[in-house]
Design a binder for this molecule. Sequence first.
Ligand code: SF4
Length: 328
Amino acid sequence: MNVAILGTGKQSQVMAYLIENGYNSILAEPLNVAAYVSGYPNPSVVGDKAVLNFEQFAAFWRKGLIQKIIFPREVFFEAQKWALTYLRQNEIEMSEVLVAARLNQKFYPLEKFERDFERLHEFIDDFGAIKILGGEPLLNPEVSEFVKVCRKLYPATPLHVVTNAILLPKMPDEFFDTVRSCNAEICISFYPPMESKMPAIHKLLVEKNVNHVISSKIEFFNWRQTLKRNNDPERMFKLCGYTNCHNLCDGKIAACFLPFVTKYFNAYYGKNLPEDGALDLYDPNLTTEKLKAHLLKPFERCRYCTPPVTVEWSTIKNPSPMTDWVHD
Ligand code: SF4
């Protein structure tokens, strides 16, 4: 079977080495590592393998020339746990948890976050991945501490800091040391204004020797919000990609981010969209079963989501018209 490996960094190269020099001797069907895949395929060759961008990978995949893509993260800690971790992820359907490190100018206080995450850990002891988001998480002066708390509570979970990369050149060494020592990964959402700066940022991350993934350039965006109430929240919930990415914020967890940000939309535009959907982690009657059931259920706010409408990416205006957010 031909496979590609996500990323080109040390982790990805170690994964290729382990497949070719270890796993293949025990697999019923050996894997041929045909290429690496990167949102930023520079250099275009690593070792003896080509580096494909996502479009090239998709073309190979559609033609059946590459059958699988391998995410190498788990192997970095302890190779023998790879299969176990992979199985665990399947069991929980690759569910992820997002942590909002900064929301509408207000930082998530570190002590509160640690308490909330410890509370969540009482119910769920593994995720497919943890992503630290913002707004922009690098604006939070304690972002390194967030990384440490996540790693302490979830030692084997893939851990990502998702950033637009603007502040990366200004980050202190201590931040990169933490990312490295916690086996976290910097995930860059590559927006068009950063195009000329991306080569230098990529070089910086290589020099800092941190795991990193740069997305392909994001030239389109999806509108998913509407002011028109729909009658089928179940359908919207089933169609919704965000439901695999649960959000933790301020002592509560929700299937997506909207229960936490709708209040800002309502306040800015004088609207009254439902702000429901978040579950209080400190409810004394909460159980793991109740928590999981909650995250699988649509809620009132889902009535104001639609299937995605793709539009060209652009920065929001100031003041921001409602069309920056909703499409009718
Ligand atoms: S409100 Fe419901 S449909 Fe909309 S993004 Fe959240 S989970 Fe998905």
